[in-house]
Design a protein around this ligand. Sequence first.
Ligand SMILES: [Zn+2]
Length: 355
Amino acid sequence: MTDTKYSKSITAISVFAAVVLVIGCLLSVFTPTPEDRENEPVQNTPVFQFTSVIDTSTPESYDSLMTNMLKLRNEYPHSLKLFTAGYSESGKEILMFTMGNGEKKALVIGGIHAREHITTKYLLRVIEDYCFQNEKGTGIYGNFNIKELLCEYTLYIIPCVNPDGLEIISGRMNANKNVRITDIKEYKANLNGVDINRNFPLAWEYIDNGVNSPYTHFFKGYESGSESETKTLMTLCEENSFEFALSIHIKGNCIFWGDTFNTNFNGLYKAFAEDIAFSSGLSMTEPTLKPTDYGGGFENWFRYTYSRPGVCIELSHYTNIISPCDNKNYTDFDSFVNYSQSKYALAAAMASNNK
Ligand SMILES: [Zn+2]
């Protein structure tokens, strides 16, 4: 045997041995033992099961709001950061989440009117759904990709702008003595009997609704921008370049998107609102005509000041006359706010503004 032949034989044997070894390794890797099979994930079963920490069957209180926001922040630490945006007239913290990690910013508020505190619960529920999709789910939510949207956006969300009003309507706190209250269930104002959504400096001087002193609702205040809740939102908007603003209210099942004070951008504003309406099952209104109806409004002020879309989203049907402070509404939360559709409003707003 020559050296050449010997080396060829050695090479052939080595190659054969290597092939056998590789096949053996592959078989050992890909042939599960009985114990391995027990640990195999079952196909099509999500790794994470959604378990809500938000109880939608009872109204939120200021204390439970604080607790629930902390719970949500701890459950979804990569999506949420918790802040104090400002303070109410009685000195309560106005709590705010930022949700998402994108460069673009937008503002979403609820609970500006005390009697509409179901909007606070709505936002907590929406935040929880979106964060679950962002961190533990597929990210696909209806026609939207929440993971992508929250990479592009950071939403600044204040579930309850008016914590004093929330406590007053629930009987845990009294309004100032000079506030005339006709029906506590209709209470919309803050501690001072000022309707925060009539207090912004937009056509404020033209509001003529006959309410000239602290009252259950509709009092615009003695000066525009006088209330600490109003100032909190104004400062937040000044310090951040928000692409859009959403203000969640009840009732009407509709979207207010324009007013006759600010007609320059009506085409843009209408298209933005139409996208939200289409996805969330709400109807469109006509632009609001009378200063008494739009004056001092948060979203009206936002549109005019920043030339960017701001809408008022009215959840729940207008003919639904049950007061939202009645527990009855909360036992049927999903249908009251049409949650299966209205939950897409925030996603639709982000997607629309990306066009
Ligand atoms: Zn309202």
